[in-house]
Design a binder for this molecule. Structure first.
Ligand code: FES
Length: 181
C-alpha cells in the first residue's frame, strides 16, 4: 500500500523494471557500437593516413658504364638492408636494371644469386626466386611471396635507387628495414 492508501500493482513494478532494464541494455549496446566503430575508425585512419610516412631517399648506386649486362652488384641501404642490383638489358635507362632485397620473405635468411641457374637461392629452406624476384620453389613459392623490389632511375648516366633511410622497430623488438622489404 502507498502513501495515498492505494496498493501498487506488483505487475506494474515488474513492467517499469523491465522497461528500465531494456532501456539500459539498449544504451549499453549503442555505447558498445559507438566504441567499436570508433576503434575501427582509428585503425582505418592509421592505415590510410600513417602518422608520418616512412622517409625514403634516392641514393647513388653506380655509373652505368661500370655495370655490364648480366652483372650484379651488392648495394647496402642506409638501413643495413642488402640489395642485389642486376643489369639485364642495354637500353641505358632504368628498365635495364632490377633491384631486389636479398632478404628472403619467408623467414629472413639471405638469398644469393646463382648465375648458372639464373635464379636467386635461399639456403635456409631451399627457396628459389626467378630473376624478377618471384618465388618459384620452396616455402616462399607456397606462400606466394616475392623478393621486395626497389625503384631505380637513371640520370646523366648514373644509376640511383630509392630506399628507406630509417630503421623501423618491429613488434618483437628486432629492427627491420622500413619500406617494402
Ligand atoms: S628463409 Fe628463405 S626459404 Fe625459408
Amino acid at each position: 500500500m502507498d502513501q495515498q492508501g492505494t496498493e501498487t500493482d506488483p505487475h506494474d513494478l515488474d513492467g517499469s523494471r523491465r522497461r528500465f532494464l531494456v532501456g539500459s541494455s539498449r544504451l549499453a549496446m549503442l555505447a558498445g557500437l559507438v566504441a567499436g566503430y570508433g576503434a575501427f575508425g582509428r585503425i582505418a585512419a592509421r592505415f590510410l593516413y600513417p602518422a608520418h610516412a616512412e622517409p625514403r631517399q634516392w641514393q647513388f648506386v653506380a655509373d652505368l658504364k661500370r655495370l655490364h649486362t648480366g652483372e650484379s652488384l651488392r648495394y647496402v641501404a642506409p638501413t643495413g638492408e642488402p640489395v642485389a642490383i642486376t643489369r639485364r638489358g642495354n637500353r641505358g635507362d632504368s628498365s635495364d636494371f632490377v633491384a631486389l632485397s636479398s632478404t628472403c620473405p619467408h623467414l629472413g635468411c639471405q638469398v644469393h644469386w646463382q648465375a648458372q641457374e639464373d635464379r636467386f637461392f635461399c639456403p635456409c629452406h631451399n627457396g628459389v626466386f626467378d630473376p624478377s624476384g618471384k618465388a618459384t620453389a620452396g616455402p616462399p613459392a607456397d606462400a606466394g611471396q616475392s623478393l621486395a623490389r626497389y625503384p631505380l632511375k637513371v640520370e646523366r648516366g648514373l644509376l640511383f635507387i630509392e630506399v628507406p633511410v630509417e630503421r623501423v622497430v618491429r613488434g618483437d623488438g628486432r629492427p627491420r628495414a622500413g619500406g617494402r622489404a
